[in-house]
Write a protein that binds this ligand. Structure first.
Ligand SMILES: [Zn+2]
Length: 411
């Protein structure tokens, strides 16, 4: 575990804390054994964060810990069909009734709600709190009590469609937050960045014709759920407000870094967001069992810091990170702790997992970026890559070193 650096603002203007919203009720959304999206993901993440606080790596005063509240049916209905919300509610109520009738002390039943989605007696509470957690974070930011926030929740949300649960997701937490930011706080232009390894088909669908909510997603392609081609760019008034960056399996830092710095920045520069929401899944981690990407913990820190810098530049730092996927238990817990550190202004990382195995190939990130520039007519501010494009540079031979040292300065 490395020591975080402290980059405080001047003493006259202390940095506001990061609002951190989570709740034990998220553990009561039960799923069958060996289902990838399990309660342990969140339990371990919170334990990792608590340990960071206990040892002082993450000073407690940098966090504002708040409990979530349940999103109301009206808030959910901003992006979901009312009939669907009611159907989920009734299905969970039926399970609770069934559990009350159950005489044995067997594990409470979970049952299938939709493809890749299970519910249990605790699922209504967990799902409505998951949707409400980022609303609490947005309120704290609006009230000047926090600079940015992290809603560490489950079930995740970005696959949930207006009228359908899908891919471990019941309600689309980040989409509910986007509409709430507009309606409650007047932050009309919302940028949703989604670095979960899967395409957020539900989020895309909910804002596909909306010019004010820009959806930017990097994802392995092809992969579940199959959407997210770069030619899916929005429709009607929203044409151009959906930016999909489908990436080939094996993509790592050498691809993600230039895309965030040279594609996401001009996208943000064009829209000038009032608030940024980050769908943070950690399943592009090289150890994740559901995908084949090559990011490591430090990369999630840097990508999050990049998004935080964009928020600093355009919207006074207003950024709420909303937890999505990530299915390697240690990776998701360490990345959650690392991302929370990043939000508090630290570039410290929690990492016992190391670097992805070296690859003997490199994707042509320049061609990917050029294609995105052509598709989206991008111009304006862009940043040069922050790190060497190839992480492990071969060490120069002794001969090369001495030549370099002996070469004239040219002056
Ligand atoms: Zn995912």
């Amino acid at each position: 575990m490395s020591e975080p650096t402290t980059e405080d603002a001047s003493p006259a203007e202390p940095r506001l804390p990061t609002v951190f919203v989570t709740d034990p009720a998220f553990l009561n959304h039960l799923v069958p054994d060996r289902f990838p999206e399990q309660p342990e993901r969140l339990r371990l993440s919170v334990a990792m964060i608590d340990a960071l606080i206990a040892e002082g790596t993450l000073p407690a005063e940098r966090l504002l810990r708040l409990a979530p509240r349940a999103a109301t049916s009206e808030e959910l209905a901003a992006v979901h069909d009312e009939a669907y919300i009611e159907r989920v509610h009734r299905a969970v109520e039926a399970l609770i009734a069934a559990e009350a009738r159950q005489t044995s002390k067997a594990r409470p039943p979970s049952r299938k709600l939709a493809n890749e989605v299970y519910i249990s007696a605790g699922s209504w509470e967990a799902a409505t709190l998951a949707a409400g957690a980022s609303l609490v974070a947005l309120d704290a930011i609006a009230e000047g009590r926090a600079r940015n926030g992290y809603a560490l929740v489950r079930p995740p949300g970005h696959h949930a469609r207006p009228g359908e649960a899908m891919g471990f997701c019941i309600f689309n937490n980040v989409a509910v937050a986007a509409r709430y930011a507009q309606r409650k706080h007047g932050w009309q232009k919302v940028l949703i960045v989604d670095y979960d390894v899967h395409h957020g088909n539900g989020t895309q669908e909910m804002f596909y014709d909306d010019p004010d909510v820009v959806y930017f997603s990097t994802h392995q392609f092809p992969l579940y759920p199959g959407t997210g081609a770069s030619t899916e760019m929005g429709e009607g008034a929203g044409e151009g407000a959906t930016i999909n960056v489908p990436l080939p399996a094996g993509s790592g830092w050498s691809v993600y870094d230039p895309i965030f710095r040279q594609v996401l920045w001009p996208v943000a520069d064009r829209m000038k967001p009032d608030v940024i929401l980050l769908s943070a899944g950690f399943d592009a981690h090289f150890l994740d069992p559901l995908s084949e990407m090559a990011l490591c913990n430090a990369d999630f820190s840097d990508l999050t810091l990049e998004v935080a810098e964009i928020a600093d530049h355009y919207c006074d730092g207003r950024l709420v990170v909303v937890q999505e996927g990530g299915y390697h238990l240690n990776a998701v817990a360490q990345c959650a702790a690392t991302v929370l550190l990043a939000l508090t202004g630290s570039d410290g990382i929690v990492d016992s997992l190391g670097l992805p195995p070296p690859q003997n190939f490199r994707w042509n990130d320049e061609a990917i970026i050029r294609a995105l520039y052509d598709l989206h007519h991008l111009a304006g501010y862009r940043r040069k890559p922050r790190k060497p494009v190839v992480r492990a540079q071969p060490t120069p031979s002794k001969e090369e070193t001495s030549v370099a040292q002996e070469s004239p300065s040219g002056e």
